[in-house]
Write a protein that binds this ligand. Structure first.
Ligand code: ZN
Length: 285
């Protein structure tokens, strides 16, 4: 069986990439503005299935010494193949009560699926939950998802999930404006487009860095074809601008990168290939 956790370090920070599970999407949801024939050809050229994309949901635990920061909470309740986060944390010897900070990169169901327990109370009872104020306000109202490529059923699913999962966090949420250091060495970077308040993260410790790109890229093919959008991106243009900005930064800095939906553990480097970029996954060890 494939491993579901991967430990690594960034400077003095101990990190664990944790798979919450996987789910298969139709390929044309992931690459929705690409002519079908071209898409199938490109996927086949990369020895990938041409009809569907199997994607993991990779949460990240960061131990800074003082804090235990969890980035995103997985897709509990979405499918029988998801919702493994708590089990995997416990297998690593970490109880939910120990988590001090939960960063929610954005309000989609595959990132906020595990914020509550069975009693609709915060699943990490001693943590402050951190989210962009723009994102919180967007989902708190009557969000207009018409500029996405989502059908009505999916729009409803996203809104219902946000309306069920976010209000119970009201007492423990900390809302961010702009770029901000969340805890020592962990920085939130506004990365809008996928959603209005979508966040990327930067981890900095002892001259090492990790750029957590969250959903600014959904698939390694997004590096080769940064203009390919997915149905979930709310603003196609802003998402593409953000994607290029973060890929440029990752390549220029030779930063370690984590991408939430890339093949587990989603760790690697971004290389400039002259016209765009390519993904160099970390060697499995
Ligand atoms: Zn996602």
């Amino acid at each position: 069986m494939a491993s579901s956790t991967k430990s690594f370090s960034i400077g003095d920070m101990q990190c664990i990439a944790i798979s919450d599970g996987t789910f298969c999407y139709p390929a044309n949801w992931f690459f929705s503005n690409v002519p079908q024939e071209q898409l199938e050809g490109s996927l086949r050229d990369h020895d990938l299935p041409s009809d569907q994309v199997a994607t993991p949901y990779t949460c990240l635990l960061v131990k800074t010494g003082k804090h235990k920061v969890l980035v995103d909470t997985g897709a509990a309740g979405m499918a029988p193949t998801t919702g493994d986060l708590l089990k995997q944390l416990r297998a690593e010897g970490i109880a939910p009560e120990e988590i001090t900070t939960v960063v929610l990169t954005h309000g989609h169901p595959d990132h906020i699926g595990g914020v509550l327990d069975a009693n609709q109370k915060p699943a990490f009872p001693n943590a402050s939950y951190v989210m962009s104020r723009t994102e919180w306000d967007f989902w708190a109202g009557d969000p207009n998802l018409n500029s996405s490529g989502l059908n009505d059923h999916l729009k409803e699913l996203l809104v219902n999930c946000a309306h069920a999962n976010l209000p119970p966090l009201k007492e423990c949420v900390e809302l961010l404006d702009g770029e901000k250091e969340i805890v020592s060495g962990v920085y939130a970077i506004p990365a809008p487009g996928h959603t209005p308040g979508h966040l990327a993260l930067l981890l900095l410790s002892s001259n090492e860095q990790l750029l957590h790109m969250s959903d600014s890229v959904l698939h390694p093919m997004n590096l080769e074809y940064p203009a390919w959008r997915n149905v979930f991106d709310l603003s196609e243009d802003t998402a593409a601008t953000t994607r290029r900005r973060l890929l440029d930064r990752a390549a220029a800095d030779d930063a370690a990168v984590l991408a939430y939906h890339f093949p587990f553990p989603g760790l690697g480097r971004v290389r400039n290939n002259g016209t765009a970029w390519r993904w160099e996954p970390e060697n499995p060890s």
